[in-house]
Design a protein around this ligand. Structure first.
Ligand code: AHR
Length: 519
């Protein structure tokens, strides 16, 4: 592991601030006036008497005294790792350092450092009640470029959680246990969610198992209705308290918890003995609203709470790995933060200036007609082809039949789920696209669903072996379009399936875009 994050002298301007209101006013003058990062949420929590005991972000410093690395990336080409720190004074991640380190290969986010000074770093989640798709049953790591944003114009990357991806720290320092009070906030992409269990950030079991009611206290975001839910069709901010996602005291519906889908969403859960709250708002503007503030759920096992103090991101307490979502930053506190403190944190978040950005794309031009040739030594005359719905690589030459040539020809479309990426429509079967299903490639008619669009969208980067392009699945960003025994998959480098084999990985995922066999 690379050297741990470093800390900078606490600046007197911050030490002098005791009142939250004064600190919020200070945000406006702090930005860019010294080499320190701007005031962050953890300065505000500390001023409010509820200091951060965990602070995670791949986009910015969450306290002004932090000058260490925000996260670590690991690249596919040689498994080397690099810490990604801050652009001096801006407090924003040095995305250019990641881009340079990961050029012509791909990178995964391997560690999200704790900025609180307590060493509560998030790393690849181990197996628990459920297994992840990585070797040994661990969860996958996130593709480091799959959730791009800008903060006041500075590019940065969030953490894109696809089903199977998860981070965890089962051995923490200072996180609430038992019925101790705590607060937590996170910024999510409010438009990236599903109903799987469970896209969480917060407090969970230290053995990755379901140890019973009240063993967790985490922010949940999504439209799961197995347990509780709010008004409308979701998604909702809820509290995952173990064996239940709660929107209020009633274990089922609480209509005061609204469907909420801001592109950048501030989500808050806090709890103390027989009292907890859910709050939320638009991370780009305005104030927080309180969606629940009252007693613990009126079912057994949640009062008193029996929190264990691990930290999870993107998964359930028992390592349930069915959820999707995007995380940009979040923190956990010692003590129950006041609403005023959280309101000041929200003002700080808005001032950070989150904006969406496009996924970097090196793909073939939209509208062009192409063929895609394999680059592995075995197979350099083979092209991605379909026969009906079946997708394989086939040898195609000048003397191949007209049908074989047309079957190996694709029209490049803007990605159906993300216009920065690409979709591939069949040249001879209009309306049919390459898509993955159960991690294998097929050619299916576009049925207009969001799932189809996601399954048919691939994002291009320079080929991992230096030739052509590699394509990652937009909804499983750690998985790449790969041929294996002449069939096509979205494969996970070093994953547990035979098709995930590390052998020949870089060649198998690199495709040369050629002139079309059928113009
Ligand atoms: O509480 C909801 C989920 O139930 C938890 O996250 C998980 O541990 C259990 O399956």
């Amino acid at each position: 592991m690379a050297s741990p994050p470093r800390y900078r002298r606490l600046r007197t301007t911050v030490l002098a601030v005791t009142a939250v209101g004064t600190l919020v006013a200070g945000i406006l003058v702090d930005v860019g006036t010294s080499l320190a990062a701007p005031t962050g949420p953890c300065d505000i929590y500390a001023a409010g008497g509820t200091p951060c005991v965990a602070a995670h972000s791949t986009t910015r410093a969450l306290l002004s005294t932090y000058s260490g690395a925000l996260y670590q990336v690991r690249r596919a080409s040689d498994n080397a790792t690099q810490n990604i720190g801050l652009i001096a004074a801006s407090g924003v991640a040095n995305a250019a350092a990641q881009d340079s380190f990961c050029a012509n290969t791909s990178c995964l986010i391997s560690i999200i450092y704790d900025q609180s000074g307590r060493g509560n770093h998030l790393t690849q989640a181990p197996p628990g009640g459920f297994q992840g798709p990585a070797p040994g049953g661990s969860d996958s790591l996130a593709n480091a470029v799959a959730a791009p944003v800008t903060l006041r114009g500075n590019r940065a990357y969030g953490v894109f959680i696809a089903p199977g991806t998860g981070y965890r720290d089962n051995s923490t320092n200072g996180i609430a246990t038992g019925d101790q009070p705590e607060g937590m906030y996170a910024i999510f992409n409010g438009q990236h969610f599903n109903n799987g269990c469970c896209f969480d950030y917060g407090n969970a079991e230290t053995n990755s198992l379901d140890n019973g009611n009240g063993r967790m206290e985490a922010i949940y975001f999504g439209n799961n209705t197995v347990w509780g839910f709010g008004s409308g069709n979701g998604p909702w901010i809820m509290a995952d308290l173990e064996n239940g996602l709660f929107s209020g005291a009633n274990p089922r519906q609480n209509t005061a918890d609204p469907s909420i889908s801001h592109r950048f969403l501030t989500a808050i859960v806090k709890g103390e003995p027989n009292h907890w709250a859910i709050r939320g708002g638009n991370a780009q503007s305005g104030n927080l609203s309180t969606f629940y503030n009252g007693a613990r759920p009126n079912v057994a096992g949640y009062n008193p709470m029996r929190k264990e103090g691990a930290i999870i991101l993107g998964i359930g307490g028992d390592n349930s790995v069915g959820a999707t979502g995007t995380f940009y930053e979040g923190a956990m506190t010692a003590g129950y933060p006041s609403d005023a403190t959280e309101n000041a944190v929200q003002a700080n978040i808005v001032a950070a200036g989150y904006q969406p950005a496009s996924v970097p794309n090196a793909g073939p031009a939209v509208g062009s007609t192409i063929s895609l040739r394999a680059t592995t030594a075995c197979c350099t005359t083979r092209y991605i082809s379909h026969s009906g719905t079946t997708v394989t690589t086939q040898v195609v030459t000048a003397s191949s039949s007209a049908t074989a040539k047309a079957n190996a020809t694709w029209i490049v479309r803007a990605g159906l789920a993300n216009s920065s990426c690409r979709s591939f429509e069949s040249r001879n079967t209009p309306g049919n696209f390459l898509r993955h299903q159960n991690f294998q490639l097929f050619m299916h008619a576009n049925n207009g669903t969001a799932l189809f669009a996601s399954d048919a969208t691939f994002c291009a980067q320079p080929g991992q072996n230096g030739q052509g392009n590699s394509f990652w699945a937009s909804n499983f960003p750690a998985r790449y379009l790969r041929h294996f025994n002449n069939n096509l998959y979205i494969a996970l480098n070093g994953g547990t399936a035979a098709t995930d084999s590390a052998n020949l990985w870089r060649d198998d995922v690199s495709w040369v875009v050629t002139a079309p066999w059928t113009p």
